[in-house]
Design a protein around this ligand. Structure first.
Ligand SMILES: [Zn+2]
Length: 218
């Protein structure tokens, strides 16, 4: 398969498109033939060694959506041919941290494209519990852009103990995490305000449901 590989951490210019052996799923894992992958700022950080990948060559990319192309032993939740979205946060799913909703503290925690081989490739292997069926209304590109920013924004709002009726201020609207923070905040029942130096970004946020915005340069 083809993959965008890093062999060092000298920056984004180090990415090389190369052919490597297609990975096989182990017990409890699935392989996804990617139809779309999304870029994140994380892909720049990793290329600069912040953090450095655990192994070289490294496949970057946390986000993706595609079709199940192989399943490992014991997988019963999905089957070959299913259209799925990847959750890039990989954890054991059974330790105290995972069961209490704090999977980043799991001793086996890793993110696709950061600690684990990622999605900037034809295929990626992940635990079966890290894929969900792609909603029919989402395009491949929309589904692939969903995972990392949504998980990050959701964890931030949970840590802030956001609940219905709260007022939420999102500083710097327009990026992926901020945009998902707006939509999740609204879904959780909050009144959401935003800041930006760009009036067009504030207008877009209001169109998406924000109660108002403030010019952060003023
Ligand atoms: Zn765990």
């Amino acid at each position: 398969m083809r993959a965008w590989l890093l062999n060092d951490t000298n920056g984004p210019g180090s990415y090389r498109l190369e052919s490597i052996v297609t990975p096989e799923p182990g017990p409890g894992e699935v392989r996804v033939q990617l139809r779309a992958s999304a870029l994140n700022h994380l892909d720049l950080w990793v290329s600069r060694g912040m953090p450095a990948p655990h192994h070289f060559p490294h496949i970057a990319g946390g986000d993706g959506a595609g079709v199940i192309s192989a399943i490992g032993p014991g997988v019963t939740t999905v089957d070959i041919g299913d259209e799925v979205v990847l959750n890039p946060s990989v954890a054991c799913g059974s330790c105290h941290a995972c069961l209490s909703g704090e999977s980043p503290y799991c001793s086996s925690y890793g993110i696709l494209g950061e600690h684990l081989p990622g999605t900037l490739a034809d295929e990626v292997v992940a635990p079966a519990r890290n894929v969900i069926v792609k909603p029919a209304g989402l395009s491949w590109e929309e589904a692939a852009a969903y995972g990392l920013v949504t998980g990050t924004a959701y964890r931030m709002l949970r840590r802030a103990r956001l609940s219905a009726g709260d007022v939420l201020l999102i500083v710097g609207i327009g990026g992926g995490v901020a945009s998902m923070g707006l939509q999740l905040g609204l879904a959780m029942g909050a009144t959401v305000y935003v800041t930006s130096r760009d009036q067009a970004k504030i207008d877009q946020a209001v169109a998406l449901g924000a109660a108002g915005g403030f010019d952060s340069s003023g």
